[in-house]
Design a protein around this ligand. Structure first.
Ligand code: WQD
Length: 328
């Protein structure tokens, strides 16, 4: 009874591995190491280096490790890059998923969790985004995630596999400093980078129709994302074939970009040096994207435990581990 975690050497995947193992589940990691780091995979966890496009290796891995369930996180996730290289994104995220589902359907897999994203909603014009808010992605990345959800649902139904699509909102933080995100493509690490270079953080747009004029997001601790996977994985095996869950993973609380930068200034000790400068709006940024977290609470009894400060504190510990001169 092993769970195969694709992308388990990545930032979120490594947290899922850690949480599932801590709860007593048997796990294995499948990762092509294109962005993942093998140092994140614990030594006693079976590791297969491979692509989700490699049908034969997937088939053999599922059989050799007696995989009962798949948690599929391996994917490309840069919105801007997806606009530049849409075919690459469709190949990796959609064809890779199709190849994996074919292998799963031909084996003993009974549960399949898919890592989706709030990007499927595009520019939602609602206070809280529910899972019934219409999906209208505005970039190829979001399109591949929505197409992925459809494929997972259809394949699960046809092949008797219980399925779940988990729509992550804005992931931040780290469960341990050495598991922190090494990318610098989201708000929190982008602000850390500017501060430690002696530059003021930048706010992309301060004239949105929000309380302080900056965008509002639902930031969620990666440790909470991981515990939601564990809860969903267990629910799928318990409930069995015919189960299909689509769930937001968020806190249901909005934090503005300006509030987040203020918190970072406070936590890091940069204080007034963290006063942001305003820049023009970034193309494609919705003013407000905040989850309704009601469905996951009622379906799985799950809710987030960490607040925004805990995300910043833990992300900063990780940043300082890799950048020893960063601390003030
Ligand atoms: C958050 C807010 C920026 C940096 C993206 C993807 C989404 C999901 C999560 C994967 C925005 C503003 C940022 C800075 C700023 N990805 N900002 N100054 O765009 O909400 O979501 O990552 O599933 O699909 O779109 O996240 O962290 O890039 O930005 O003002 O230096 O912070 O404009 O309003 P985003 P983000």
């Amino acid at each position: 009874m092993t769970w195969l975690i694709t992308g388990g050497a990545g930032f979120i995947g490594a947290h899922v591995v850690r949480a599932m193992r801590a709860a007593g589940e048997r796990v294995a990691v499948y990762d092509d190491l294109s962005t993942g780091d093998p140092a994140r995979v614990p030594r006693d966890v079976p590791f297969v280096r491979g692509s989700t496009l490699d049908a034969e290796l997937l088939r053999r891995t599922l059989a050799d490790l007696s995989v009962c369930g798949v948690v599929h996180l391996a994917a490309k996730k840069q919105v801007g890059e997806s606009v530049e290289r849409p075919l690459h994104y469709y190949r990796e995220n959609v064809q890779g998923l199709q190849t994996l589902l074919e292998a799963a359907a031909g084996g003993e897999v009974r549960a399949f969790l898919f890592s989706s994203s709030a990007a499927v909603y595009g520019m939602p014009d609602v206070r809280l985004v529910t899972e019934n808010t219409p999906c209208a992605p505005i970039n190829p990345y979001g399109e591949t995630k929505l197409a992925g959800e459809w494929m997972v649902r259809a394949a699960g139904r046809a092949h008797g596999i219980a399925t779940a699509s988990l729509r992550y909102f804005n992931v931040a933080g780290a469960a341990a400093p050495d598991l922190a995100d090494t990318g610098v493509s989201n708000l929190v690490p982008m602000v850390f980078e500017r501060l430690t270079r002696g530059e003021a953080p930048v706010v992309f747009g301060d004239d949105y129709d929000t309380d302080d004029g900056t965008c509002v997001r639902d930031f969620i601790h990666v440790d909470d994302i991981a515990s939601a996977h564990l809860a969903a994985a267990r629910a799928l095996l318990d409930r069995g074939p015919g189960t299909d869950l689509t769930l937001n993973i968020g806190r249901g609380e909005g934090v503005s970009v300006r509030e987040m930068i203020g918190l970072i200034g406070d936590v890091t000790g940069y204080g007034a040096a963290a006063e942001p400068v305003s820049a023009p709006r970034r193309a494609g940024d919705p003013a407000r994207v905040v989850a309704s977290a009601d469905r996951i609470r009622s379906e799985l009894g799950w809710s987030a435990r960490h607040d925004a400060r805990a995300m910043v504190v833990s992300a900063w510990e990780g940043w300082c581990l890799r950048n020893p001169g960063a601390r003030r």
